[in-house]
Design a protein around this ligand. Structure first.
Ligand code: SAM
Length: 261
């Protein structure tokens, strides 16, 4: 059984309040300055997750285990990323699990890559395609920081031109502006009966993607939008927050059919 103690190099979610939450990696001499005082984070090595510390101004802070959503949302971003609410649904629309071989396009900041790498460990692999080498470098650093780089192969290529080198993969995740250009490449790489999922912010993109899926022998095609609404739970009354993320993407899932010869 792993211990619940905070060690050097661990990632810790340092939480003061709703607006002051910091994902930090514990290294010697680490200090954090906030408008509620300074935090000496070397002191928390050896304490258990859940420990309550005090800033030099006497404010409490909590040392929490980061959730997978925390790791995604606090990544260094070079692009928009997939959101936890959407990814939770789409992962369950596939059969991906430990040992799966999956394809991803494009890597972007690596938020999706990280969750896939965690899911397919210890012996699966994520082939993550991206046309920008600088984005791959950032994503690789993000994955190394959270300890999930070992099951990822990054490939720098424009998939519209090159296609995918892999065959018989267990799932394909597509998060690019023009998924319809990728569908003919995806069908060559995916196992029969298995899943392709795709994110698109606009309905026009969904229309073109579904046209391409139908032409390329995909069935069980469905598009959904996941709407998330947080409740404010307070003594004076419980109601939804006025603001929040109102729209992220339309989510499409489909399965490949092997055409009868
Ligand atoms: C929205 S971002 C992906 C974000 C990623 N899902 C995440 O969660 O961090 C889209 C990425 O796809 C890449 N891209 C778009 N078209 C591509 C293509 N044809 N081949 C390779 N990469 C492509 C872009 O450079 C960009 O980094």
């Amino acid at each position: 059984m792993s211990t619940n103690l905070i060690n050097k190099k661990d990632l810790v979610m340092v939480y003061l309040d709703e607006k002051r939450q910091f994902l930090v990696q514990i290294v010697p001499g680490l200090r954090l300055s906030t408008d509620h005082g300074d935090l000496n984070l070397t002191d928390i090595v050896g304490k258990a997750f859940g420990f309550v510390g005090k800033t030099h101004l006497g404010r409490d802070f909590y040392c929490l285990k980061p959730s997978t959503a925390d790791l995604m949302m606090k990544m260094k971003r070079t692009t928009t990323i997939v959101y936890p609410k959407d990814l939770g649904y789409l992962l369950l629309e596939t059969a991906v699990g430990p040992g799966s071989r999956v394809l991803e396009l494009g890597t972007g900041s690596g938020a999706l890559t990280m969750v896939l790498a965690k899911l397919i460990a210890p012996d699966g692999i994520v082939y993550s395609y991206e046309r920008r080498e600088d984005f791959i470098q950032n994503a690789r650093k993000n994955l190394e920081r959270v300890g999930h780089a070992q099951n990822v192969e990054f490939i720098c290529a424009d998939v519209v031109k090159t296609g995918f080198a892999q065959r018989e993969v267990d799932a394909i995740f597509i998060d690019v502006p023009e998924p319809w250009d990728i569908v003919p490449k995806a069908v060559e790489a995916l196992k029969g009966g298995h899943h392709l999922v795709s994110w698109s912010p606009n309905v026009e993109q969904v229309r073109r993607t579904i046209d391409a899926l139908e032409v390329n022998n995909f069935k069980c095609i469905k598009t959904k939008e996941i709407i998330e609404r947080e409740l404010l739970v307070r003594q004076q009354g419980v109601r939804p927050r006025e603001r929040g993320i109102t729209h992220t993407a339309y989510l499409t899932r489909a399965q490949k059919i092997i055409a009868v010869q």
